[in-house]
Design a protein around this ligand. Structure first.
Ligand SMILES: [Mn+2]
Length: 343
């Protein structure tokens, strides 16, 4: 129904701006399990195009988490009309569209993205892989289109850029990012208000989960490896949602002296999703690749099956063997089962 010939061409800012100026009935697609960058970019672009009198709609395969409802206004974002022009934002590959939006795979006119791994799946592809966020590209694109930066637009771009840079703390925060943030502020972005929603407010279930999860914290390798276990029982006790769990992923790694933080999350009986975080000396993507997973040097993941102590033992042994000296591998650091399983 939407079949079009794919060309997979790169697009400049100028080309992308020209395409959007001509287009109408525009559908903007965001990625599954949406973050602030994909949503902020999509809404900024939507407001800009609506300001030009166009019909625009943002869609997402997943339900929007509470944190971003102030931006989206609804937890369900679905295509409300048959589009004549389809744009993706912050999507590196078609798999990230999710099941309900897969039907658009063959008719994406323009992809706007900053991931170096982008597969150029659209007819035209505006890929700027040095940009800290897709929101940076949206800012440049709206400048190119000479769109007035309304408060709604500056807020949405601020959401995109601040979330992908961890509120301007991550290493992807470059001078351009800060210059754009300054321009957003000058144009009315509500920095303090947005920072509070995005980086300070936590849900009661998150606090409960964090309390229970911290009781499971234990160390190996002279305190260089810290592990937190989140069992299904614990998730049920805290009435925790997925994003509550995501928010505790970095806790173990952030303890001083810790080089690797592991979160073992039980997803099914004897099945664990491992989130590994490193401060940079240990390449956790290497460790996770030993177990069929992968990711980045400082943040990776894998799935493991087995009894929890045995699963943990395999991970710890791999990290100690690959990265740490004999003296860190002392028996006295070993976790004694029972200490942290009955809470
Ligand atoms: Mn992004």
């Amino acid at each position: 129904m939407f079949q079009r010939k794919r060309k997979n061409k790169p697009a400049s800012l100028r080309k992308a701006a020209a395409l959007l100026k001509k287009a109408d009935n525009i559908l903007i697609l965001t990625h599954v399990r949406p973050d602030g960058d994909t949503l902020g970019s999509a809404f900024a672009l939507m407001y800009a195009l609506e300001g030009m009198g166009k019909r625009v709609c943002v869609a997402c395969d997943s339900k929007i988490t509470k944190k971003y409802l102030f931006l989206t206004g609804s937890e369900d974002l679905y295509p409300r009309f048959k589009p004549d022009f389809v744009v993706t934002v912050d999507i590196a590959s078609l798999g990230l569209l999710g099941n309900s939006l897969r039907e658009y795979s063959d008719c994406i006119d323009l992809a706007i993205d900053h991931h170096p791994t982008n597969t150029m799946f659209a007819r035209w592809n505006l890929i700027m892989d040095k940009s800290s966020a897709a929101g940076v590209i949206i800012f440049r694109l709206l400048q190119q289109m000479k769109v007035p930066f309304t408060n709604k637009i500056t807020d949405a771009i601020y959401v995109a850029i601040s979330t992908d840079t961890g509120c301007f703390r991550y290493s992807n925060t470059d001078a351009e990012t800060l210059r754009i943030a300054a321009a957003l502020l000058e144009n009315g972005a509500r920095m303090e208000y947005l920072n509070q929603i995005l980086f300070e407010l936590v849900s009661p279930s998150h606090v409960t989960l964090q309390g229970l999860a911290l009781k499971t914290l234990h160390y190996f390798g002279n305190g260089k490896i810290a592990i937190i276990r989140v069992t299904r029982d614990l998730i049920a006790k805290a009435k925790a949602a997925d994003d509550d769990i995501d928010n505790i992923t970095n806790l173990a790694r952030n303890i001083s002296g810790v080089e690797v933080g592991l979160l073992l999350r039980e997803t099914a009986p004897n099945e664990y999703k491992i989130s590994a975080r490193s401060n940079g000396d240990v390449d956790v993507s290497h460790i996770c690749s030993l177990f069929g997973g992968g990711g980045h040097k400082k943040a990776s993941g894998c799935m493991l099956k087995g009894e929890i102590n045995e699963v943990e033992g395999r991970l710890v042994t791999a990290i100690l063997n690959e990265y740490f000296s004999e003296e860190d591998n002392r028996v006295e650091n070993a976790f004694t089962s029972g200490d942290s399983t009955d809470f």
